[in-house]
Write a protein that binds this ligand. Sequence first.
Ligand SMILES: [Mg+2]
Length: 210
Amino acid sequence: MTLQYILFDLDNTLYSPRYGLELNVDRRIAQFLVAYLGLSLEEALRQRRERIQHYGTTLEWLMVEKGYTDIEAYYTAIHPAGEADILSPVPGLREFLESLPLPRGILTNSPKEHADRILTKLGIGDLFTHIFDIRWNGFKGKPHAEAFHRALNTVGTIPETTLFIDDTPRCVSGYCALGGPGLLLDEENAYPAYPHPRIRDLRELTGFLR
Ligand SMILES: [Mg+2]
């Protein structure tokens, strides 16, 4: 089937993990867990590692299993206003996205305010038809099948006609399980044995447009 749309992850996909931006988010999540759960850092991260595989996000885990309810306080803590200051425009990124022959969207497990800060910093926010964030998905994000289906239904495509790119293996695997072409962006070569198509640089996605 002919491709009609390209769906991008945001963090560590439209900008490199080398900026350390998502590492900082992870650090703030860890601090939040220690404070909320009243556990040592080690134990909090161990529990998260063990349970996160059943959920799209840490917040979803906290809400389902730990009785957490204050969504806005969580996002304020892990996404402070200056979080994107560490980022700078990626040379050639805007031109590359503009050169793609298909319309584009973003599906992120982060909230809209986070996405907006990043896209503003990168200067590419106007290049996407839709930005699907975690609130829009009712806090049930990737790799839940509903998250993908809701986005594609809105765009008017199906998995078979939509290329999806993400740096998180389980998100790409979740998408491939729906029958869509998924691409793992593995800039740091962390998953050499990944069973689905894998690219090392975002620009290599053009090889999959046909
Ligand atoms: Mg990502």
